[in-house]
Design a protein around this ligand. Sequence first.
Ligand code: SF4
Length: 477
Amino acid sequence: MNQVVHFQPDADFRQRSRAAVNDPAQRRNFRGAMDFLQEKRRAQFADRDELAGLRELGEAIRRYSLARLPQLLEQLERNLVANGIRVHWAETADEANAIALDIARSHDARTIAKGKSMVSEEIGFNHAMADAGIDAFETDMGEYIVELAGEKPSHIIMPAIHKTKQEIAALFAEKIPGVDYTEDVDELIRIGRKVLRRKFAEADIGLSGVNFAVAETGTLCLVENEGNGRMCTTVPKVHIAVTGIEKVVEKLEHVLPLYSLLTRSATGQTITTYFNMISHPRQPGEKDGPGEVHLILIDNGRSQAYADEQLRATLQCIRCGACMNHCPVYARIGGHAYGTTYPGPIGAIVSPHMLGLAATYPLAFASTLCGACVEVCPVKIPITDILVRLRNEAQARPGGADASLRGSGAGRSALASALWKAWSLIYSRLGLYRLTSWFISRGHQLSPTDQGAWTRCRTPLKPAARRLRDLLHERKR
Ligand code: SF4
């Protein structure tokens, strides 16, 4: 599979995670940000019954849309084309970038103003354009900050969430000519806006993502707060939208519940400042809007997930980021440690489609399986079940019958394999399990104080002196 974005090996993931855990300032930043986002979401969903009903509906719409995905994609293409929007299909990241490059070259474009798009991050869009001598620059404030810092987003909704206002103030003072250090947040935003506004006016092409693509009307919906998405899709003379093939829904009425779930789960907002619906290029008599609109529909491993009954659920995702905000592992190590475009629980289950399980299997193990992500996911993706499935596959024989993702099985080491086999043997035989637990409880004093990675930042695990079974027996007597 030809990919642009590469995951760093397991050893690097461990190293990055360790460094993040040992960075108290970063941990404080993430903990504070996650607590804030959790509270905002909680306030939006005070009515538990309403939340339950909305989640049921959201899940049903996403499952229905995926069940009819091939037909809906064809219907979407038909209606987009009828509306004057050009549709392109890309199987890989390279293909998507090549299509965008062709469009840019046909317009002699030198600059591309980008609205926030995780799919463009996924395909390494900026690098591909830079290699071709085209300046693709970020216009979302968070993306602009991480771009200025030479970093990648650490969160799918709030790309610069790892940065404090002091760090952003120092960055602006260092990188933007004529700007003095200020910690005034409104002033920092004003500075960023001023720089970007000039660039919008000069951009040859605008690029955006798509939150929902409506098949029945041929409409691209874009959710945002800053207005930069609207600028990218209306100011330049050409608009290119990029999205994964799973974003299609059948009807306009399907968008509303998903939109409500998205904004309330993501940022704790009832509604975002902007909701853009793009159905065609500029029409005769209209004063603004691009003369040309293109949509690039990207597969990049999604068909592979679609073909598998259990993994198909990963395509239900509406990219709200709530699973990350509630994940105890993400809150500790932050987004960069994952090394993938999509971090956190969602990253652990979608990255294998894009990059192969062999390259990304450590992410499936970076979870306590506490289930917080499953509880908050607005479209009820069974994330922990999928994580367990990926763990099992990573331990399976390479190329074996269970291999459903390219590169599957490469995560097994001889020692890990032997340990899991022994574990499986003990747990599948009641007598053996009782005997083993008896021995372990009697020898609890012998448990080592140094338990490798676990004890680097936690107290050692020690078996209980008496088994639960023994305690229950005593109570019965
Ligand atoms: S998996 Fe669920 S909670 Fe996580 S980003 Fe996707 S929709 Fe949101």
